[in-house]
Design a protein around this ligand. Structure first.
Ligand code: ADP
Ligand code: MG
Length: 411
């Protein structure tokens, strides 16, 4: 009878181990044997492989770990598009950060990961192709006071309800961020963005579960530190890494952004599948959305990613504003009614809109915005399930991904 190795012989690929540790190399060669032939090279900056490898491992262990990380860009240039994994033997935050900056595919921690090497490689590749990555949606406006935070928070809550708690709101609206005014969460000492960055190397499902704030809807929340001095580590590189890690754990990562095109904002926008450009019907806000839209297009973001959300819509509509909206030639994806009292009373009661006034038009419109982020076709299931009183139905669409995935540590 054919064994698995023979059956897969036609699809074997070449993997390359770059490093000096012969023992780890042989263990990994054995672990990969079903799908890959692993060869080994000593580490050097401009390595030119004779045949392009399909997968590359760079050993960054022991005292030379940093030197190895520094050589990653040179090695990446020479191995074409092959995914690069970095082998580590400790979760040193500096090494993890430095390697993450190089756009690597993932980490392999020795010795623990070796028995599961194939599944780690496979999972990371699926994740980068979108199969395991949560959806990133950013709420953005170049002008403040138009309802960006209000919509981000309420849409995120809705997504948490749809997914049985697999949504997180991240506030990067520096320096103060005011999403915490809207989200009353549990009393525990929770991580701020700053704490999350500092502890990213020891992040695992249990820590995520216990350290990240939780609103009663199930929505998770990561806010800015209270101490302004701690903002120093909220940089574009760190935010990119935070968002990547969060997307491994949550189906939805919703970001409330600052009203600028700072490197941190760009780090969020770059990876967002949905960029919600929020505006209100006022001259200055319409002008701001024009500039934001054009800048996003110049940055190469496709129009499909850009959603124009018109908040505080009134029926009467000023003629000039309506004319301007027409001239803007940016299709309005969704509208939210102007309902100051409802939003204000909800805020005073410490509730989000879905709890305070679920039947209000604004609440239904917020649900519509949340539905834009759902996978196609799931709205129907959602409506059926909501009417039959089920919750957390959405987990099924993502396999095991409902809330923090148990048993999976940060690799
Ligand atoms: N659709 C709406 N109708 C009425 N008031 C709103 C609406 N959306 C937001 N607001 C109010 O507008 C104010 C500013 O909202 P906020 O979300 O903080 O704006 P931004 O984040 O753009 O600065 C808040 O008082 C909020 O309650
Ligand atoms: Mg705001």
């Amino acid at each position: 009878m054919q064994n698995a190795s023979d059956a897969l012989s036609g699809s074997r690929k070449n993997a390359l181990y770059i490093g000096s540790d012969g023992v780890t190399y042989s263990q990994m060669a054995r672990a990969l044997t079903l799908l890959y032939d692993l060869s080994r090279e000593e580490i050097r900056a401009a390595y030119r492989p004779s045949t392009a490898p399909d997968l590359v491992f760079i050993q960054a262990t022991g005292p030379d770990a940093f030197n190895a990380v520094e050589l990653i860009p040179g090695i990446r240039d020479s191995v074409g598009s092959a995914p690069v994994f970095v082998i580590i033997d400790s979760r040193d935050a500096d090494i993890l950060l430095a390697a993450s900056k190089q756009g690597i595919q993932g980490f392999v921690e020795i010795p623990d990961d070796i028995p599961n090497l194939l599944s780690i490689v496979n999972k990371e590749q699926q994740r980068s192709s979108g199969a395991f990555a949560g959806v990133l949606g950013t709420f953005f406006s170049l002008k403040g006071g138009v309802g960006t935070t209000t919509l981000a928070v309420n849409v995120a809550e809705q997504l948490a309800l749809y997914t049985g708690g697999s949504a997180i709101l991240v506030d990067v609206n520096m320096p103060l961020g005011d999403s915490s005014l809207y989200i009353e969460h549990d009393e525990r000492e929770n991580y701020s963005l700053n704490d999350f960055i500092l502890n990213i190397n020891r992040m695992n499902p249990d820590l995520m579960e216990s350290a990240i704030a939780r609103h009663k809807s199930g929505l998770r929340y990561l806010g800015l530190p209270n101490n302004l001095a701690d903002l120093e580590c909220v940089t574009d590189v760190n935010i990119k890494m935070v968002l990547t890690v969060l997307r491994r754990y949550y189906n939805y990562v919703i970001v409330d952004c600052a009203s600028d095109f700072s490197p941190v904002t760009l780090a969020c926008l770059d990876d967002s599948s949905f960029i919600m450009l929020v505006a209100e019907p006022s001259l200055s806000s319409i002008r701001a959305v024009r500039i934001a839209y054009d800048t996003c297009r110049q940055l190469g973001y496709s129009p499909e990613r850009l959603k124009f959300i018109l908040n505080r819509r009134t029926d009467q509509g000023d003629e000039i504003i309506n004319e301007l909206l027409g001239a803007l030639q940016i299709p309005v994806t969704a509208e939210v009614e102007n309902n100051y009292m409802t939003f204000l009373e909800a805020l005073q009661k410490g509730c989000l809109l879905n709890e305070f006034a679920p039947q209000s038009l604004a609440s239904r419109q917020i649900r519509d915005i949340a539905s834009l982020l759902l996978p196609e076709g799931s709205e129907q299931i959602m409506e059926q399930d909501i009417s039959s009183g089920k919750s957390g139905w959405f987990g099924g669409l993502f396999g095991s991904r409902s809330g923090v995935r148990q048993g999976e540590a940060l690799k």
